[in-house]
Ligand binder design. Structure first.
Ligand code: GMT
Length: 400
């Protein structure tokens, strides 16, 4: 029996009906999820996974150092355990991994969890290994699933200061998943992995992004009906945000347009400087970190992602779900979501000229743009949450 909790309590209804599920079935699991609570793709994905599992009736325990950004509002079946990292004058670097492993042990034991699913290998996979060993001594077997997200393998994890621990803890996981075929291959290429890595691609809740654009918001950004280009990221070097500015400057020469930058990070001021240099600063708005991406995405006409590497590119998928075509690089797993010439276009990393040409081709007239928009929205459905969550459930069930 499903009960609409929000109807009963009289609370405002969230975007999606959250249901309180009575536990009349036996196969609900108690799952621990460990992730970064920030705006990064791995944290977003892990949080959305946990929310969806909870909605299906599983008990989901988040273990992080801060409330994950997408874990907003009260959601039945979700528990949140904050990792406290006590400081001490001796510690120049408070030992987060030790605190995390100890919290894992505590939460797993006290809540009798069935399995632990860690997102992003560093330091979650090694902390999970430690927790597993501690619990084993007490006769408690906890299966650990590690999901690799990208930079934990391709950038940070490969660094020799981390690589031995990353290799060991991935190999010690009971199951390993990667968010794209490309990331799976990269992992085998750079690490001595003895086990199979299963690919479970990232997902999007299409229904959340399939919205009518908010006209008032659109008017603020583009008062004269200009085309809106959008980029959302953590503005790290790997995103090559300067290329976004360069592409926009080319588009802006021919088509009245505005660029919306969502997010923040180390390369933000460089992007702003370049925009000033190229004379397009007045056409660009930096709106900072935003939680309501489902309100922002639909007002855009084109999403730009110029990264040097993306294991997947979750933001691009969310844009497509909102009916926004994508012009991106062909790096990493991006070609697993963007179909060249159909729902967007791809160019080589740094090839601003080609990507600008593609952007102009999509934006040149309403008919072409609408066709691309339609196909983007259609394509995103292949990655809908309803198709991917059962794959994780199936994987979990193997360990019960
Ligand atoms: O983009 C980032 O640097 C954040 C990073 C993360 O771990 O949070 O994102 C990675 O994971 C996302 C979710 O699986 C992927 O969609 C991103 O492509 C991936 N980023 C990179 O590979 C650079």
């Amino acid at each position: 029996m499903l009960v609409d909790f929000f109807k009963i309590s009289g609370k405002p209804k969230p975007h999606k009906t959250v249901t309180l599920v009575h536990h009349y079935k036996q196969n609900f699991m108690k799952i621990g999820i460990v992730c970064y609570p920030t705006f990064g793709g791995s944290g977003v994905l892990a949080t959305e996974l946990g929310k969806a599992l909870a909605q299906k009736g599983h008990m989901v325990h988040f273990i992080t150092y801060q409330q994950p950004v997408r874990l907003n509002g009260f959601i039945p079946n979700i528990f949140y355990h904050e990792v406290q990292v006590p400081t001490y004058p001796l510690f120049d670097y408070p030992p987060y991994e030790t605190a995390l492993a100890s919290t894992m042990v505590d939460v797993i034991k006290n809540n009798k969890l069935d399995l632990l699913h860690v997102h992003y290998a560093i330091p979650h996979a090694s902390a999970a290994y430690m927790a597993k060993q501690i619990l084993k001594k007490e006769g408690y077997e906890i299966p650990v699933i590690t999901t690799l997200h990208g930079t934990d393998i391709t950038l940070v994890g490969r660094d020799k200061t981390y690589a031995p621990v990353v290799t060991f803890s991935i190999n010690e996981s009971d199951a390993i998943t990667a968010v794209s075929e490309n990331l799976r291959m990269e992992t085998f290429k750079h690490f001595d992995i003895k086990k199979e890595i299963e690919v479970i691609v990232n997902f999007v809740d299409v229904s959340r992004f399939q919205r009518q654009p908010i006209n008032a918001f659109k008017k603020v950004i583009a008062p004269n009906g200009e085309r809106i280009l959008l980029h959302a990221s953590n503005f790290r070097k790997i995103k090559r945000v300067q290329d976004v500015v360069k592409i926009f400057a080319e588009v802006n020469k021919q088509i009245p347009s505005k660029l919306l930058f969502v997010g923040d990070g180390p390369e933000r001021s460089t992007a702003e400087d370049l925009a000033r240099e190229l004379g397009v600063c007045d056409e660009i708005q930096f709106v900072g970190k935003q939680e309501q991406m489902e309100d922002i995405m639909p007002i855009a006409d084109l999403f730009l992602l110029t990264s040097e590497y993306e294991s997947f590119g979750l933001a691009a998928l969310e844009a497509m779900a909102a009916g926004v075509p994508v012009v991106s690089t062909n790096a990493g797993g991006l070609s697993e979501i963007v179909t060249d010439g159909d729902n967007g276009y791809m160019g080589d990393v740094g090839d601003v000229a080609t990507m600008s040409k593609h952007a102009l081709a999509i934006l040149k007239d309403d008919n072409t743009l609408n066709e691309f928009k339609k196909r983007a929205a259609e394509h995103a459905k292949k990655f809908d949450i309803s198709k991917i969550i059962p794959l994780y459930e199936k994987l979990y069930e193997r360990f019960l």
